[in-house]
Design a protein around this ligand. Structure first.
Ligand SMILES: Cc1cc2nc3c(=O)[nH]c(=O)nc-3n(C[C@H](O)[C@H](O)[C@H](O)COP(=O)(O)O)c2cc1C
Length: 505
């Protein structure tokens, strides 16, 4: 028996050495080549409406709000590393970087195939079960893990498409403490896809920054975290275990992992044992409605090596219907071991929501904000300054101007850069139009699930900004980026004006 164990141990060690060598040879230069409804009482009422896709996706993947993933061909995972190809080197910029301190010009690419979602099938060769003794021997001792204190910090959620680098810069200026890159698929990263690696880029203002990855199997995830650790400067790596979209779930990744605790275990333990960077996970309450699961796993999630877990208070089946179940989030936070930080997520839209969550459950480390920050990125300022900010349309326009400036810096100020900046601005405007000025509300604060009737703002710009018409968003983009070409149309990827259909968390 002991002899067999010894042989297994030796071959595993040999395998690990080989993988390390392969990585060494293929060391990638990771740079890109430019790389929901109640009525509301309003003091005024009335407004404009109508409708108006640019081919797009760029650093943010596909048109459907989902990351771009590869086709279904069954690539042998063990060969994956040998297929890594060096990416095109980019121009350099001092404030943005991705990997190994490598700087680039921040130019993203609008992918020709961005309308497609591609998920590379992950090989199923990996066992789902308990870690073997040899796995454990490779584990980084807990003392060697770097620690991050998330307590009380304002965490801007990972947001596919809209949570791009220029947008995160805006949120940093407005008070966000923690930022995270858009979800990147492990298989795409392992294939060296430039557009996927672009999702991991960090701006120098992002002083507490993580990246989010999504994979189904421990070996894929482990290879990915190892590469990220080598090539990127990130403070933590988050594993998405909440993405509800079919194409991800059908490959066994995202929220699908919520149905397979042993796989969750092997993914978290393998990733955590590979790097000394903190590994965090983002989960939903469970897969099926009415069958919450995370409370029974929360102690294990800590023991498996995660430093923090964010619980989005909805099931996969629920998507965005109904309000997030904060009582359940609290239950999870109370059951968590002391060394596992628990962050709550769902529907935070004002400083009062934030205060309530923290006051109701001191065991919560912090909260993550997603749509609230898309609709009004100044929510971070409101929380820090403990006030409702009756922001004027001029102040809002200034925020958009900052975004455009950051966008042109990031994607370039040539024709293509302007086109990309406009595309992502329009995606964002499909959220910002949901904001109702504080001064127009009879009931304060606004709620995320309110659907506002059309209304007249206090000036023409405020009225224009309230419009859910793509034609009006295009008009706003023209105020900032000049005329659009003849025949230009736009349809938002996330269809936010149809109220939160297909988001990834
Ligand atoms: C446009 C959009 C994109 C999203 N992309 C991601 C993502 O890439 N990764 C992820 O874990 N969650 C993603 N989510 C989910 C959010 O991070 C968050 O969990 C969810 O929206 C609930 O928070 P909220 O009620 O504050 O919006 C996305 C949500 C939206 C609206």
């Amino acid at each position: 028996m002991n002899v067999i164990r010894f042989i297994v141990l030796c071959s595993l060690i040999a395998g690990t050495v080989m993988i390390v060598q392969v990585y060494g040879k293929n060391k990638m230069k990771v740079v890109d080549d430019k790389e929901e409804g109640n009525g509301i009482d309003l003091k005024n009422s009335h407004a404009t409406t109508e409708n108006g896709c640019t081919k797009g996706g760029g650093e943010s993947g596909d048109e459907s709000g989902c990351p771009k993933m590869l086709g279904e061909d069954n690539v042998d995972e063990t060969c994956e590393t040998t297929k890594l190809r060096p990416l095109k080197k980019a121009k350099s910029d001092s404030t943005e970087n991705c990997c190994s301190g490598e700087a680039d010009n921040g130019a993203g690419v609008l992918e020709e195939d961005s309308g497609k979602i591609s998920v590379q099938a992950e090989p199923e060769a990996t066992t789902d079960d308990v870690l073997t003794e040899t796995d454990r021997s490779l584990k980084v001792h807990p003392r060697e893990k770097k620690l991050i204190d998330f307590r009380g910090k304002l965490y801007l959620a990972p947001l596919t498409t809209v949570g791009n680098l220029p947008y995160r810069r805006v949120c940093k200026v407005l008070g966000a403490d923690i930022t995270c890159g858009e979800m990147a698929m492990c298989t795409n990263l392992l294939q060296g896809q430039a557009s996927e690696w672009a999702l991991l880029r960090r701006h120098s203002s992002e002083d507490l920054f993580g990246v989010q990855i999504c994979g189904a199997y421990p070996d894929t995830v482990t290879h990915t975290v190892e590469l990220i650790d080598q090539e990127c400067t990130v403070d933590f790596i988050d594993i998405n275990m909440g993405c509800p979209i079919d194409i991800v779930v059908n490959k066994g990744a995202g929220s699908s992992l919520l149905t397979k605790p042993m796989r969750m275990k092997s993914v978290i333990a393998a990733a955590s044992g590979t790097v000394d960077k903190p590994i965090t996970v983002k989960v939903r309450t469970g897969f099926f409605e009415g069958k919450n699961r995370i409370d029974s796993l929360i102690a294990d999630i800590g023991n498996w090596g995660a430093s923090a877990v964010t619980v989005h208070g909805r099931s996969r089946q629920q998507r965005y219907s109904k309000l997030a179940d904060w009582d359940y989030i609290y239950q999870c936070a109370r059951k968590a071991p002391n060394d596992l930080q628990v962050l709550g997520n769902g529907d935070i839209f004002s400083y009062l929501d934030w205060n309530q969550r923290k006051a109701d459950c001191p065991e919560l480390t912090s909260c993550m904000i997603a749509r609230g920050a898309l609709i009004k990125p100044w929510i971070f300022t409101e929380i820090k300054e403990q006030r409702h900010w009756d922001i004027s349309s001029g102040e809002r326009l200034n925020i958009l101007k900052d975004y455009v400036r950051f966008g042109l810096e990031h994607w370039g100020s040539d024709k293509k850069g302007v086109e990309t900046t406009r595309h992502f601005l329009l995606e964002w405007l499909s959220y910002t139009c949901r904001y109702i000025p504080v001064g127009l509300l009879d009931v304060i604060p606004q709620r995320l699930n309110w659907r506002s009737p059309s209304y007249f703002g206090r000036d023409d710009l405020e009225t224009l900004m309230s419009s859910d018409s793509a034609a009006d968003w295009i008009r706003i983009s023209e105020m900032l980026l000049g005329k659009v070409p003849d025949g230009f149309t736009f349809a938002p990827k996330h269809k936010s004006n149809a109220y939160d259909r297909a988001e990834n968390g």
